[in-house]
Design a protein around this ligand. Structure first.
Ligand SMILES: Cc1cc2nc3c(=O)[nH]c(=O)nc-3n(C[C@H](O)[C@H](O)[C@H](O)COP(=O)(O)OP(=O)(O)OC[C@H]3O[C@@H](n4cnc5c(N)ncnc54)[C@H](O)[C@@H]3O)c2cc1C
Length: 345
């Protein structure tokens, strides 16, 4: 029998590492090229929600996440002005773990399974057969007239009323999510008019405007400066895999609005959808183009509806044309809440 063909993955974030782990479990030779190093902080709400949790579990990683300090989030609430909305139980629990820990754990797992990880190595070669793009979000300075950017930091001395608090305002939202050992993740998505410039400091943006509940909540926050990170040039427009000429997974395929807390799940899920076609290619059972088409079809089937609803939800939350009472009414409705949750994962 011929030796399996190697798979090369560009990007050692969640999508690339999950794919690498699943392929190594099938004894496929895999090399991951990662431009950065581990461990590292990432801009992320660190709240994993959706089917991706089943994949993590099936790969035997959920218990490792829990051993590494992951905690379950069971409740959430939204604030859009005053007063806040009721604290609700999440229809299914999410898992919260710092990316500083999670990415390193996955990188170690991949290497323990015999995968070759080239950290600090940016892929600059030609593209071709056997190469998967898991290189994360594509930078787009302005999208629909807006510049989107994200900020994240960990903090102590913050006491949210639910495991996840979302604070929505005119030009973005900030989530506060409980992590292990009394820390919280404070992570925000912000937009600025294409021509507007801002002198605001990152921590000031995360703290919100004086007079808001967010500002009150973070009044005594002790931020861990080393955990602060930022990312700009985000594009939240949904993309279809069938439009791409390469195999793309995770954010390299498409971003989903962060308010859903589903981006990491999408990374795990798209990695899982790619495993069987890539393994079949590696064993010489199907051609590269067939593998690519199978993966693209499976991703589009699984994600298209979710991405549409996620875009609508984000537009609804940030729409300044809707009066606040309408938003509050919708968000107070259990039906609306269940519906939005179910449709965006
Ligand atoms: C503000 C904000 C909040 C978010 N909050 C949440 C949340 O609470 N829950 C959730 O589920 N999701 C959230 N997300 C989304 C989530 O972070 C992403 O969906 C997830 O990280 C995608 O994983 P990935 O592996 O596709 O990409 P990444 O994690 O970005 O990994 C891509 C990797 O590729 C590497 N790379 C890029 N180019 C090259 C190259 N040429 N050669 C080698 N390496 C390369 C990069 O260094 C990077 O490490 C949030 C996103 C934002 C912006």
């Amino acid at each position: 029998m011929a030796a399996p063909k190697p798979i090369q993955i560009i990007g050692g974030g969640l999508a690339g590492l999950t794919l690498g782990i699943a392929l190594r479990k099938r004894e496929i030779p895999v090399t991951i090229f990662e431009a950065g190093n581990y461990p590292r902080h990432r801009v992320c709400g660190e709240f994993v929600s959706g089917h991706g949790l089943e994949i993590i579990n099936a790969l035997g990683l959920k218990d490792k996440f829990l051993d590494a300090g992951a905690i379950e989030a069971r409740s959430s609430t939204f604030f859009s002005g005053k007063p806040g909305l009721p604290v609700r139980q999440l229809p299914s629990p999410a898992l919260c773990l710092s990316r500083f820990v999670m990415d390193k754990l996955l990188a170690d797992e991949f290497q323990n399974l015999g995968g070759e990880l080239r950290a600090g190595a940016r892929w600059q070669d030609e593209l071709g057969e056997g190469i998967v793009h898991a290189s994360g979000r594509k930078s787009q300075p302005v999208a629909n007239g807006w510049r989107w950017f994200g900020l994240k930091a960990h903090a102590r001395n913050v006491f949210p009323v639910a495991d996840l608090e979302m604070h929505v305002f005119k030009n973005g939202y900030v989530g506060i999510c409980k992590l292990a050992a009394g820390e919280v993740n404070v992570c925000g998505l912000f937009r600025r008019n294409g021509s507007e410039s801002s002198q605001s400091h990152g921590f000031d943006l995360l703290r919100g405007n004086p007079g808001t509940i967010l500002h009150e909540r973070l009044a005594h926050a002790e931020f861990d400066e080393k955990s602060f990170c930022s990312v700009a040039g985000l594009s939240l427009k949904p993309h279809r895999a069938s439009e791409k000429s390469e195999v793309c997974i995770g954010d390299a395929l498409t971003m989903i609005p962060p308010v859903t807390g589903n981006g990491m799940s999408l990374a795990f899920e798209s990695a899982q959808l790619a495993v069987e076609p890539l393994a079949a290619f590696s064993r010489g059972e199907i051609a590269w183009n067939d593998a690519r088409e199978k993966i693209a079809r499976a991703c589009d089937e699984q994600f298209s509806r979710r991405l549409r609803w996620a875009s609508r939800l984000q537009q609804f939350l940030l729409s300044s044309s809707l009066p606040n009472p309408i938003k509050i009414f919708a968000a107070r409705s259990d039906w609306f809440w269940q519906f939005a949750f179910e449709r965006t994962r």
